[in-house]
Write a protein that binds this ligand. Sequence first.
Ligand SMILES: NC(=O)c1ccc[n+]([C@@H]2O[C@H](COP(=O)([O-])OP(=O)(O)OC[C@H]3O[C@@H](n4cnc5c(N)ncnc54)[C@H](O)[C@@H]3O)[C@@H](O)[C@H]2O)c1
Length: 375
Amino acid sequence: MTEPVRIGVVGGGLMGRELLALTRRWTALVDHPSRPEVVALADPAPAVQEWWTAAGVGTVTDDYRRLLDDPGIDVLYLAVPHDLHERLYLDAVAAGKDFLGEKPFGIDLGAAERIVAAVEASSSFVRVSSELPFFPGAQRAAALVQGGLLGEVLEVRSGLLHSSDLDRDKPLNWKRRQATCGELGVMGDLGMHAAHLPLRLGWTPSTVYALLDDVVRTRPGPDGAPQPCDTWDNAVLALTVDTDRGRFPMLWETKRIAPGESNTWYFEAYGMAGGVRFSTRSPQTLQRFGLIDGEQAWSEVQPGHRSVWPTVTGAIFEFGFPDALLQMWAVFLAERAGRLGDRFGCATPREALVSHRVFAAALASHRSGAAVAPG
Ligand SMILES: NC(=O)c1ccc[n+]([C@@H]2O[C@H](COP(=O)([O-])OP(=O)(O)OC[C@H]3O[C@@H](n4cnc5c(N)ncnc54)[C@H](O)[C@@H]3O)[C@@H](O)[C@H]2O)c1
């Protein structure tokens, strides 16, 4: 039995379009309990509206209230600039809607606290968008860690690295202005991606020491004239994690200017007994460390197309970014339908809140020059 799920999208830009595309590839999923269809878009930009109309979406409006008030819409996808998160997410909860909300889940810690408090006091089913841990290599790495591969943990590293901001002529957009992206800058944009898997594995930072860089201070505005570009471009967070067996260091790296890295998500964990390394730069391979015949050895594993939710795609074939998004939505709707079981779930509002606490501590660390405990 598959249940139809009618989705309304608020914000039809880069991410909203990805959702529309993936719902039209839904038959790739095997025995999924839901059958989603995007039936409505709210976005004030005329060019965006034209694209969605041409794509055959029935309701296209500039007023997101129409989607919130429509009893025919079961689920919302909220994918708007960060300064709009709080109002929109609170309105969606008040309207009793289920939704997948884009990260960072509020422009700052205060907004995240208010959103998560409202979500947790409601009966809405809400999750946070973070798709990159759905790469099979990341999933295999997580399973190996959960299976005890590491032994005593020595060090964990995760990050998301971009490089297109190396181009100083790249025009200014909302993600590069504090007013719309938030004081967090690159941490608001990329931080949840670095945080999701470590937090899911139970590694909550105890202290944060931040190195934040604002390298490019102006970018061309709409008329080509330089405008202030006042967000952090790169953030390196040196964290400590306390466990029953002691304290270990963890590094979260989020960069818009990482030369040569187009969209590199990586996760590495090292312990006294073993280790794992996975990067979307080489998405078909996962490296694991251990002893082979008493010798220290890194070995290479090909995780294949073994996804959290099964697909018709053969296990030998390659997995990519659109597949990760399809998996995230498959998992979101399966959990909403009560059919996720023990599979890896989407990031939770509470995980987003913890990540915000770490990022707020990072800003405080940058100001004071000292390590700060997240509040
Ligand atoms: N999960 C990911 O990998 C990923 C990647 C990129 C962006 N994001 C997140 O997705 C969200 C959107 O980013 P994007 O890259 O799609 O941005 P975008 O600029 O491409 O799209 C945002 C859209 O929101 C629309 N919008 C603005 N005000 C609105 C309003 N009042 N009502 C409805 N729509 C409105 C804009 O017209 C635009 O079309 C952000 O939270 C961002 O951090 C996530």
